[in-house]
Design a protein around this ligand. Sequence first.
Ligand SMILES: Cc1cc2nc3c(=O)[nH]c(=O)nc-3n(C[C@H](O)[C@H](O)[C@H](O)COP(=O)(O)O)c2cc1C
Length: 191
Amino acid sequence: MADDPIALFDAWFAEARASEPNDPESMALATADAAGRPSVRMVLLKGHGPEGFVFYTNLDSRKGEDLAVNPHAALLFHWKSVRRQVRIEGPVAPVTDLEADNYFATRSRDSQLGAWSSDQSRPLLDRSIFEARYEDLRLSFEGRDIPRPQRWSGFRVAPQHMEFWTDREHRLHERRLFTWQGAWTESLLYP
Ligand SMILES: Cc1cc2nc3c(=O)[nH]c(=O)nc-3n(C[C@H](O)[C@H](O)[C@H](O)COP(=O)(O)O)c2cc1C
């Protein structure tokens, strides 16, 4: 396991799932716009493996616009209950339409309607407009399956750097950095 950061992530994720009070799969996602200005927000991890870490969102959101012009991202998990953090950095690619369709189909009907009703990251004059939109869509889709909105899909962050941080006494924390260069290499960093 020591030379496979994906397996190490799996082990830590399993421990976090057992001990976090909620949302162990939530992670901060940092993107930057064309001028290099960063922004960060939480998203949910919806799949992962050697090829990358997947989340879903609105392609016209701020993060979607950032990734369209600058397809690189950083992810951060902080699991307080186990006093650990994992940092992941790498290039980002869209998931396939089939993958997005399959995932969208597993969401609750309410979440599917939410994806249709929200112009994510756009100004909203009044919340009642959003609620009315949700209700209109609910009625118009009644009795049939809700397809994935065209501008709602997923991204996969391909890990090039993965850092595992462990809390240690006296702030002598442990940092293990894995770097992908055709194979994973491991090094340590000063805390
Ligand atoms: C715990 C948590 C999980 C979230 N998961 C997602 C998600 O998976 N996808 C998403 O688009 N927004 C998610 N959000 C909302 C985002 O943080 C953010 O408000 C939204 O995506 C708009 O971000 P943007 O304007 O930077 O694009 C989540 C928020 C929280 C607090």
